[in-house]
Every structure is written in C-alpha cells, then in structure tokens.
Design a protein around this ligand. Structure first.
Ligand SMILES: NC(=O)c1ccc[n+]([C@@H]2O[C@H](COP(=O)([O-])OP(=O)(O)OC[C@H]3O[C@@H](n4cnc5c(N)ncnc54)[C@H](O)[C@@H]3O)[C@@H](O)[C@H]2O)c1
Length: 271
C-alpha cells in the first residue's frame, strides 16, 4: 500500500490544528491532491478554509484508506465515536495523540480495527519531521507500509518495538522542537542581556541553532566530536561548557528532569 491508495480511497483528518496542519501542509506540498483529503474540524483555520478542492466539514467517505486522528487527547472520547462506523474494517486508523494507548482506540473503535499509534513533530510542515510508529495486532505489514508512506512524505519514520517506548519518544522528538525553540529564545535573551540589539541577538541565535542542526545531521562526525571541534582548549567555548555541562546543575540533569516531567504527563493523559 502506498500514497496511491490514499489518493484513490481518501484520507480523513480528524482535527486539524497545529499538528494536523503541519502534516497536511507537508502532504499537499508533496503532491497529495486536496480532493483526496476530508478534514473534520469544528474550528477550521483561515488557511484550511482557503485550500481549494479540500473536503472541509462535508460528508465523509464510508471506507477511506486512512483516518488520521489529530485531536487533543482530552477530546478523544468525544471525537472518536463519530467515526466508529469506520472501525473493524479495512480503514487504517493512525493517531498522533500523546498518551492515548492502542487499547483505548480498540475500545472506542472496535477490537478488529487496524490501528497505528504515531508520534510526529511539527517540522513535518517543512518536510523535516520525524515520526515514530507502532501498530496493533490487526495492523498488517501493508498497513505499516501505508502509515510509513504517508508519514515519510513529511520527514523520517522510525518503527518502535514496543508501545512502552512511546512516552520517551514523545518526550524527546514530539516535544523536542519546543525545547529547541526555547534554546533559541534563551540564547537570544542572553545576547540581549549582554548588550546586543534584540533583532541581532535573535538572528544570531536562530541561524546558529539551524546551522548546527544541519551540520549535526549531515556531518560524518558525531555531535560530541562536533562540539569538540568548536572548543579550543582553555578557550572561550570551554568556559561556557564548564557551566552547561555540569553534572550537578548543567544542561544534562536539567533536560533529564524535563523529559521525566513530559513522560509523567504523557502517562497521565493516557489514564
Ligand atoms: N503540536 C505538536 O507539536 C504535536 C506533536 C505530536 C503530537 N501532537 C498531538 O496532536 C494532537 C493535536 O495537537 P495540536 O497541537 O494540533 O492541538 P490543536 O488544539 O492545535 O488542534 C486540535 C484540533 O482539533 C479540533 N477539534 C476539537 N474537537 C474536535 C472534534 N470533536 N472533531 C474534530 N476536530 C476537533 C480543534 O478545533 C483543533 O483545531 C494532540 O493529540 C497532540 O498530542 C501534537
């Protein structure tokens, strides 16, 4: 199964806010015709309303290739039963919601429903996302391929061995863009605090994070060597890294605490 099946039988997107829009933008930019997509969202954005040919809040096809669920975890119990008639059939359900387990989808949609739980991230909007996926017992190799085809059109896809990994995945790559944007904000604020014009500080911070990310992704050297390459012995970077890399109050223990908080919240949302 591939994107042709989606083009032919349709994709229903339930919920099209920040994450749904990021993926939809990536799919449309990648050539998926708007006429193959049905979006159901009670508060569509101006961007959605403006997409010519898109099926927005109209009757849904009875057996689309894929239903992609992108409503908030808290809305799931209200939103999903409206699509229960598509459960227990050939339609593949893919959910990107944090926390909600495959067992919950099976309860809401029927235990014979093929389901893939996925965790994407918002760089999907520019084709640079990464999505982790895991299917239920009903999701065949064909279904997994279909999910992978859809999600790889907006970035990389990795397959998980176990649903138990999803909390940590969410905390790293699902939420990670927010940590990175905050790093840009914090670098810009520090530059401003040290006398730079705020616009200049933001330009420096944004380009540095983007350039370093690109280098980390494209270099044959691993991130620790790339860090060493910036760090002259007893130089300026070393002075900064002695603060940032402190085992007691540096970046590693702080990030670990943040990731643990995210994993705990992910677990709570699934309860
Ligand atoms: N934003 C991210 O970076 C991100 C990353 C990975 C996963 N997710 C997951 O994606 C899901 C959506 O998150 P978001 O950030 O896009 O939230 P959002 O609030 O921006 O979007 C949710 C959308 O669902 C719509 N909605 C509400 N009730 C509905 C209903 N009954 N039927 C159809 N649509 C309905 C809302 O109008 C809204 O547009 C969440 O489950 C979240 O865990 C988000």
């Amino acid at each position: 199964m591939n994107m042709n099946d989606i083009e032919k039988n349709g994709l229903v997107l339930l919920g099209c806010g920040k994450m749904g829009s990021a993926m939809l933008k990536g799919w449309l930019d990648g050539g998926l015709p708007p006429a193959s997509v049905w979006v159901s969202d009670p508060n569509p954005s101006d961007w959605l309303v403006g997409i010519k040919g898109l099926n927005l809040n109209t009757d849904l096809p009875s057996a689309p290739a894929v239903v992609l669920v992108a409503v908030k975890p808290q809305m799931m119990a209200d939103a999903l039963p409206t699509l229960a008639a598509m459960g227990n059939g050939e339609t593949l359900f893919i959910s990107v919601a944090a926390g909600i387990t495959i067992a919950t989808y099976e309860e809401l949609l029927g235990s014979r429903t093929p389901i893939v739980r996925a965790m994407p991230n918002t760089p999907a909007a520019v084709g640079r996302g990464i999505t982790a996926i895991i299917g239920n017992g009903l999701a065949t190799a064909d279904h997994a391929e279909l999910a992978e085809a859809l999600l790889s059109s907006v970035g990389q896809v990795v397959r998980l061995d176990s649903e138990d990994q999803m909390g940590a995945v969410t905390a790293i790559s699902g939420c990670g863009p927010a940590y990175t944007f905050h790093l840009i904000e914090a670098m810009a604020a520090a530059g401003t605090a040290k006398g730079l014009n705020p616009d200049l500080a933001l330009t420096l911070a944004r380009a540095t994070v983007a350039g370093a990310g690109h280098l980390a992704e494209n270099s044959e050297e691993d991130p620790s060597q790339l860090r060493v390459n910036v760090t002259s012995p007893n130089g300026v970077t070393q002075a900064a890294l002695e603060v940032l890399m402190s085992d007691s109050d540096g970046f590693p223990p702080l990030l670990l605490r943040a990731v643990e908080a995210a994993i705990n919240r992910d677990r709570e949302l699934g309860e």
